[in-house]
Design a protein around this ligand. Sequence first.
Ligand SMILES: Cc1cc2nc3c(=O)[nH]c(=O)nc-3n(C[C@H](O)[C@H](O)[C@H](O)COP(=O)(O)OP(=O)(O)OC[C@H]3O[C@@H](n4cnc5c(N)ncnc54)[C@H](O)[C@@H]3O)c2cc1C
Length: 385
Amino acid sequence: MKTFDELFDTKKRALINQVVAYTNDKLTKEAKYFDETGEFPQEFLSPLLEQNVFSFLLSNDKLDLAVFLEIIRIISKKFASLASILLTQGFYAIHPLNKFGTKEQKEKYLGELVSGKKIGAFGLSEESDDSHFNPELKTIAWETDDGWEISGRKKYLSDAPIADVFFIVAKVQRLNNSVDTGIFIIDRNQEGLVVNEPMNKMGVRSLPVASVDLNKVKLDRNSLLGGVTKGSHQVKSVLNLMKLAVSLQALGISQGSFEKGMDYLCLVRKFGNRLIDNQDIQYKMADLRASIYSAEAFTRQIILTDPQNTVDVAMAKLLTANVAIETTETVIQLTGGYGYMKDSEIERYVRDAKITAIYGGSSRSQKETIAKHWIDNRGEKYSGN
Ligand SMILES: Cc1cc2nc3c(=O)[nH]c(=O)nc-3n(C[C@H](O)[C@H](O)[C@H](O)COP(=O)(O)OP(=O)(O)OC[C@H]3O[C@@H](n4cnc5c(N)ncnc54)[C@H](O)[C@@H]3O)c2cc1C
């Protein structure tokens, strides 16, 4: 497999090496503390912001996207929640604004989001069936004479407890009765916007999450992202990149768990034997290695060819999330009581892996996307040549 490293220029490679060194030296030691406390790891996010990691999302260059996604993978090997913060900021805030925002909207928010001075949150999910797949939005923005009035409830917004600005997806009800979809940019201090209490979670525990209520929030015309009601198109672009980022996170979690497992399996035990000397264990680890490797090759190919190919991206997310869950569960099984104990840090990977099959759209919704493609294109071959 051609590695990203071979494709990156010296500057990009140097940055990646710095992130690897930072992750190994600093993050490895800290992830356990932040998992236990659920605190926001600002002091460990700041050095990455100083490296200007979000600036890679401002270009259309696929190699720049690849750099950012490599950073997500590397950090996820040791500290998945920090990667969650980076990827949600990157693809739920910076990407929509940079790609679709008007000049004024970018001037107002983009610089501070990229530098990390401001935090953004993205609200799509609602109390409806898997709203990332087929949103029937109950949050409605009514057009008024001078802008919009928006009401509804959004659930599970990453980073919402500390966010300064919200990107809220809503059904748009025009004065002329036409209906559409839009993304609205709303400041935290806007009257009528209520951020609820942070929620306690199974994994990625340093990623703060909360629901948000919108009670007749009055907005001026400029608050519609890009000034157009092209929300469906905008959401699709956001979700495709979000799913790719989650795929890289899933790969990082798989690789981190695999390495932790191997460290233990290779330890010499009481009577001089090692667990890895059992053929059954070798085969199980070989299966995992092959799955991780092939999932990584497939996902990298999509990044370098067509990161906005919805069906390919759905396959990558489905595959990598399955690999992460299978890897982490196999590793905890093979490491027995040791892996089950918090001190081993092996059980954390099991908890962190699960989110990759949920946020950015559940694994079920990825399967629907893949299957829908056959149904919509009946004449097309579905299994290659
Ligand atoms: C930590 C975390 C962070 C998140 N961050 C964000 C965020 O920043 N912004 C945001 O908008 N959302 C966010 N989400 C929400 C996330 O995207 C959704 O949880 C996810 O899309 C699944 O939707 P749901 O929770 O509504 O599941 P539900 O719709 O309640 O579905 C539950 C399960 O049933 C399945 N299911 C649903 N409908 C059907 C059906 N008709 N037939 C068969 N099976 C079905 C689903 O696939 C899923 O597995 C976050 C979630 C978590 C846990």
